[in-house]
Ligand binder design. Structure first.
Ligand code: PHB
Length: 396
């Protein structure tokens, strides 16, 4: 027996984009069902990035999605760019009057899952969506199998693919499982979590002869750090001593505070934008629509910006029968997406050492870094992009 259901918005994916959208829709009086093939535990424990733009924090707080971000997160008023052995601070409030917050994505997810369950949200873990049907009709449908292996169908007024970079909803919108503009990079990040006090008050993005390193943080006792590595690197192949030597050699001038490494991973670098973000009554948001390399710390923030726009479009469509914001949704979203793509690509290419870089390339790169840090206009562009452009709404 197939279980048949009906909702206004069927949201595939219980990551930050899907959960936040269901939260904002509920506040506007619109019901949704959120489906994810993963378990609650898996969703809440996946280690992802940690930087939230000012606008993301403001929205999480004002919508009551998370108040913990203000108590358990840490405001950062700047970052350091380090190259040629010298550090250069980018002072966010001084340049653009905004800041960012370090609050790991899995904490945002814990807050969102708790808030949605407390509000009685229909949130189904272990539910695999197989396909979306009738995207061009007024009654699209999501078809899949639930946690008990029972087939289900959900009829909706609208379907949202918020199901990450391996989205099953994407082919419905783009016509192909990849279906986008794509770029791969010849390097990756070797990431660690370790038990140690912070090595620096602010994040350090370091360009060195040996490649890039990022010294980030998680808490007073846990730190997150990354160094540039080969995309094929095996995270288990290096012993702890070698990892510390790699990291230390890339941040000359700072003595890293070492401690037990309890998690390690290799993050591949990709840039991706789907060819289409909407077909009929199906839309893509978050990583299903785009992927950025992590150097600009834009991933989750871009997903939140999509949610703001789609929430506005869906309230107009479903409460006022006005489809104009939905018609401009993709164009408006893509403006920010491509700005963030550019920023993420720029930070990445400016700070990493490509495996085939010539002496000319290296010296030009140092010239580029100097042009940024020695110019108020350069620092301001970086600060504007890093702290996040204001959320844009309808096309003017
Ligand atoms: C992190 O703390 O995981 C982090 C911070 C900044 C980035 C990327 C990752 O640009």
């Amino acid at each position: 027996m197939t279980e048949a259901d009906r909702t206004r918005v069927a949201i595939v994916g219980a990551g930050p984009a899907g959960l936040l959208l269901s939260h904002l829709l509920a506040a506007s009086g619109i019901d949704s069902v959120v489906l994810d093939q993963r378990s609650r535990e898996e969703i809440e424990n996946t280690i992802r990035a940690g930087i939230l733009e000012q606008g993301t924090v403001d929205l999480l707080v004002s919508s009551s999605a998370s108040s913990r971000v203000l108590t358990d997160g840490t405001r950062h008023d700047g970052i350091e760019l380090r190259f040629a052995g010298e550090g250069h601070r980018i002072d966010f409030p001084g340049l653009v009057g905004r800041s960012v917050w370090l609050y790991p994505q899995h904490e945002v997810l814990r807050d969102l899952v708790a808030a949605r369950l407390a509000a009685g949200q229909d949130l189904r873990f272990g539910a695999s969506v197989e396909r979306v049907e009738d995207a061009d009709s007024d009654r699209p449908r999501v078809v899949g199998t639930d946690a008990d292996g029972q087939p289900f169908e959900i009829d909706a007024d609208f379907v949202v693919g918020a199901d990450g970079s391996r989205s099953v909803v994407r082919p419905t919108v783009t016509g192909a499982s990849t279906g986008g503009y794509f770029r791969e990079y010849p390097f990756a990040w070797f990431g660690i979590l370790c038990e140690a006090p912070p090595s620096s008050e602010e994040l350090i993005y370091s360009n060195s002869e040996n490649g890039f390193a990022l010294i980030s943080q998680r808490s007073p006792t846990v730190q997150r750090m990354y160094f540039q590595c080969d995309p094929e690197a095996d995270p288990d192949a290096l012993d702890e001593q070698r990892i510390w030597a790699e990291l230390q050699s890339r941040v000359p001038g700072t003595t890293l505070r070492e401690g037990t490494i309890f998690q390690r991973d290799v993050l591949r670098f990709r840039s991706f934008v789907a060819h289409r973000l909407r077909r009929g009554r199906v839309a893509l948001i978050g990583d299903a629509a785009h992927t950025v390399p992590p150097t600009g710390a834009k991933g989750m923030n871009l997903a939140v910006a999509d949610v703001v726009l789609l929430h506005e479009a869906l309230t107009a469509l479903l409460l006022e029968n006005d489809d104009r914001p939905l018609d401009t949704f993709a164009d408006v979203a893509l403006r920010r997406i491509w700005k963030a793509q550019h920023f993420s690509w720029w930070m990445t290419s400016m700070l990493h050492v490509a495996p085939d870089a010539s002496d000319f390339d290296r010296l030009r790169q140092l010239g580029e870094l100097r042009s940024v840090v020695e110019s108020e206009a350069g620092r301001t562009y970086l600060a504007e992009a890093y702290t996040g452009w204001p959320f844009e709404t309808r096309l003017a």
